[in-house]
Design a protein around this ligand. Structure first.
Ligand code: AGP
Length: 627
């Protein structure tokens, strides 16, 4: 959730940290801080609020922060409110060590009590501060027993290893020390950390966006490992001190991909990038003999053939992509498919075995709820396939196979282009399963793939016609609530439309299956309430279409303002739609790839009309690395 950067090299650490934090601010934006090692001292500055507050304070400060070793942090508060005092970096009693942290240290209360008992003065309410004081103690112990350290071992690195052994929970920690200006040391457990390797400089960060302007050479860091970063590279060990290797990889996008590119908001840019993102997800995925091309495959065709049940686990928007996938997987493969919010999955003891396929969907690849679901599934011997957008992230690494959505960096906190990528990736997996299990013939799969390949063009056409959706959204700026209805795959689309409106415009919004309305939610309908209805194609499943037309009439009869999303040529709905939003005709199972788009635009425009920041909605973080 928090954004983290550490730097050691020849440049100004402060400048590198600030540039990195600007790119990471989407991870957390309730406070920010930096610490730089300067002439045998450690200078820190922290401010509540957005990064701009820290930058303003830096411009006003007399204290120089002009060293080449430093750390920076943007925070998403867990323990203690967003104040200057709770902002990171945190220091020890002597202000020698600076610590930044992402995650939650679950046993911090006991550790804090022990430290206070030992005479330490802790000044913040955070769990992080205990780490600075524990390091202070471990370093003092190491100085006392100086001879016990093997030659060449940096005391700060050893101290961090020892401290990590005492911590419970999830954490990425990055540490600097005034007496050890030649290293920045970091550790991770169930929380993201990547290394950037430059020429004579090394970066440590929550994700590659932080250092992409300097290098595209990255190293993945495994679970429970400590990294000692120097100007000339890194040494990595496990928490016991045994040397391990990082996995190098090259980042396949450049800094311009993580910039606004002329758009006032990342979200607007990312919505407009959807045709390309979708095309990139689909490109080269099926070989000539209709074998799916996974990015990292530790599963054989036989493994896929042996599957007798599918679970999909994910959170938020990714969960909605999973709900759509269920319709396709069950229809095409005849396998039972359950979709579950990752945060609930492992707590209800799901029935899993080696013939279960668990598909974990995650844009960031770092969502802790999803990661824990993956770990649980693997412990139960299930096969796990990750659908992910972020190379080098934890969920793909912990899975048996991965299919990357290749949508490029998504900076806006609200998922847009990666949702379409996730849906497309799920559809490919469904087709592949159907093919290897012999439920669909090769030519049937090929026909679907052909229709899928056409969807980027359909999304482009949809985007070209959304101007009236913007005007409609602006006209609803004072609405108190909006309901979203759908049937079949239109139901998850309704849920996604409601989620977008909640998170961006802070409005009460709910998605319902249209048929469920009469069982309770219809009581919410009052004159003038905007109700968005996602209408299925009248061609594919005509019985569904007829039913939803009745549902539209039910809400109209009670005075609702009907906003109908229907495909080109569907004239049946016209008399019942106060506002009609047209989308290109698509096969039913692929329809979410186009029907979601106007809902994204609707939520974004309504939030902008309310004067809100659509890239950084309140209380949210892009990558949710706590449970
Ligand atoms: C959606 O707009 C949100 N950003 C959120 O629901 C998100 O989809 C969820 O937190 C899952 O994130 P992930 O895809 O990175 O795992």
């Amino acid at each position: 959730m928090c954004g983290i950067i550490g730097y050691i090299g020849g440049q100004s650490a402060l400048e590198v940290a600030l540039t990195g934090l600007r790119r990471l601010e989407y991870r957390g934006y309730d406070s920010a801080g930096v610490a730089v090692v300067v002439d045998g001292g450690l200078r820190t500055l922290r401010r509540a609020g957005k990064l701009a507050n820290l930058e303003k304070a830096l411009a006003e400060t007399e204290a120089g922060l002009s060293g080449t070793t430093g750390i920076g942090h943007t925070r998403w508060a867990t323990h203690g409110g967003p104040t200057d005092t709770n902002a990171h970096p945190h220091t020890d009693c002597t202000s020698a060590v600076g610590v930044i942290h992402n995650g939650i240290i679950e046993n911090f209360a006991g550790l804090r009590a022990g430290l206070e008992h030992g005479g330490h003065e802790l000044t913040s309410e955070t769990d992080t501060e205990v780490v600075a004081h524990l390091l202070e103690d471990e370093l003092a112990t190491l100085v006392r027993d100086g001879s016990s350290l093997p030659a060449g071992t940096n005391p700060l690195t050893e101290a961090l290893r020892r401290v990590c052994g005492r911590l419970e929970g999830a954490f990425t920690l990055v540490v600097v020390h005034r007496d050890h200006p030649d290293v920045v040391v970091a550790a991770r457990r169930n929380s993201p950390l990547v290394v950037g390797l430059g020429a004579g400089e090394t970066f440590l960060a929550s994700d590659v966006a932080a250092f992409i302007a300097h290098t595209r050479n990255a190293l993945e860091i495994g679970q429970d490992q400590v990294v000692e970063a120097r100007r000339d590279g890194v040494s990595i060990t496990d928490f016991a001190g045994n040397p391990v290797e990082g996995r190098p990889y090259h980042v396949d996008w450049d800094a311009s991909a993580a910039e606004k590119g002329g758009y006032p908001y990342f979200m607007l840019k990312e919505i407009s990038e959807q045709p390309t993102a979708l095309a990139d997800t689909l490109r080269g995925r099926l070989s000539d003999d209709a074998e799916i091309v996974l990015d990292e495959e530790r599963l054989s065709t036989q493994d896929f053939r042996d599957i007798d049940k599918v679970f999909i686990v994910a959170c938020g928007t990714a969960y909605h992509a999973g709900l759509i996938a269920k319709y396709a997987v069950e229809h095409w493969t005849r396998l039972p498919c359950e979709v579950e919010m990752a945060s609930e999955f492992r707590y209800r003891d799901p029935v899993l075995d080696r013939s279960t396929l668990v598909i974990a969907i995650s844009q960031s690849g770092e969502t802790l709820d999803t990661l824990m679901a993956v770990k649980h599934a693997r412990e139960q011997k299930a096969r796990v396939l990750a659908i992910c957008n972020t190379n080098g992230s934890t969920i793909p690494r912990e899975s048996d196979a991965v299919l990357y959505t290749r949508c490029g960096p998504e900076v806006g906190v609200a998922s847009t282009k990666t949702f379409l990528g996730q849906v497309a990736a799920c559809l490919l997996v469904g087709l592949y399963l159907a093919q290897v299990r012999g439920v669909l013939y090769g030519d049937e799969v090929a026909r679907y793939v052909e229709r899928l390949q056409a969807t980027p063009t359909l999304v482009r056409e949809t985007l070209a016609t959304v101007e009236p959706v913007r005007a409609l959204a602006r006209s609803l700026v004072d609405a108190k609530a909006v309901l979203f209805l759908g049937r079949h795959v239109g139901y998850p689309v309704a849920l996604e439309g409601a989620l977008k409106l909640k998170e961006l415009a802070y409005m009460h919004a709910e998605g319902f299956p249209a048929g469920e309305l009469k069982h309770g939610p219809i009581a919410l309908i009052e004159p003038g309430l905007p109700v968005v209805i996602v209408v299925p194609s009248p061609r594919g499943r005509s019985h569904l279409h007829g039913k939803i037309v009745s549902n539209i009439q039910e809400v109209r009869a009670r005075g609702a303002r009907t906003i109908v999303i229907a495909e080109e040529g569907d004239t049946i709905v016209e008399p019942y739609a106060e506002h009609l939003i047209r989308v290109p005709a698509t096969p039913t199972l692929l329809a979410p790839l186009v029907t979601t788009v106007p809902l994204q635009v609707f939520a974004c425009e309504l939030a902008l009309a309310r004067g809100l920041d659509v890239d950084q909605p309140r209380n949210l973080a892009k990558s949710v690395t706590v449970e």
